[in-house]
Write a protein that binds this ligand. Structure first.
Ligand SMILES: [Zn+2]
Length: 255
């Protein structure tokens, strides 16, 4: 049973217990409010923490790896200013990464997208619009978002992507239902760089390298200037520590 179903079951059981107590000995209204707040908090935290596996099963790292392999992932591209430069840096260090692309950007920058694929990096679906209110989508709207991006990828590469990363890392029951139809593997991360919030590249690199371990998945974004110094420095550290940077698919299939 999914964790959110267990939470709902426990909440309903506690609610019934409160009703029984209320009708027998009488309890304050606060108990009901407390239960509601608790339930809402757990549901919200479950939405934001993919590693909890609350609404769906997500791959966030591979603790079973025996070699020093690690995956770097880039979200929100392709980007006309930074993606090609990111590819150059990866190439210099002989590193393979995974790009979770937004469908609209794939259609706008098809040549950049094709360059990612041509250089042997892995591709994942990161929705079509990535709009701010996307997490309130119905199952049908989610299916549209996912399929539109799948189609854009297929049109340019003749490939079907099996990977999906939820925008903002948020999962919901509706998204889970849509992904049950498309049968894509949900990919999270184990090291969040906060590169869209922290401006200083050195602070970002420090944040990441503190958490390095075999099988980890690092989240970066190829849409802002700090991605270039961060990536360069990160790859230097990884090289020094004998880490191999591989695609998500490779990391997933290692036992
Ligand atoms: Zn994103």
């Amino acid at each position: 049973m999914k964790n959110f179903k267990i939470t709902s079951f426990v909440t309903i059981s506690l609610f019934l217990l409160l009703v029984i107590l209320d009708t027998t000995v009488g309890i304050a209204l606060w108990w009901y409010i407390l239960l509601l707040i608790l339930w809402f908090t757990i549901m919200a935290l479950g939405s934001f923490n993919m590693s909890w596996g609350f609404y769906l099963k997500a791959f966030t790292s591979n603790p079973k790896v025996t070699q020093k392999n690690i995956a770097i992932t880039f979200d929100d591209g392709p980007n006309p200013e930074y993606t090609l430069k990111v590819l150059d840096i990866l190439n210099q260090y002989n590193a393979k990464a995974t790009f979770f692309c937004i469908g609209e950007h794939i259609e706008r920058y098809p040549e950049i997208f094709k360059a990612i694929v041509a250089q042997g990096h892995a591709i994942g679906n990161h929705s079509f619009s990535h709009e701010l209110m996307i997490d309130f989508n119905s199952t049908e709207n989610w299916l549209d978002e996912i399929k539109q991006t799948d189609n854009a990828i297929h049109k340019l590469t003749n490939r079907k992507t099996t990977l999906f990363r939820p925008p903002f890392g948020v999962t919901t029951p509706k998204l889970a239902q849509a992904l049950a139809v498309t049968e894509q593997q949900v990919i999270g991360w184990s090291i969040r760089s906060f590169d869209t919030v922290i401006k200083n590249p050195e602070r970002i690199v420090k944040r990441i390298t503190k958490q390095l371990k075999p099988g980890a998945v690092i989240l970066l974004h190829d849409k802002q200037p700090n991605v270039l110094p961060v990536l360069e420095h990160l790859l230097q550290v990884l090289q020094k520590q004998d880490y191999q940077t591989v695609t998500i698919n490779e990391l997933l299939n290692e036992h």
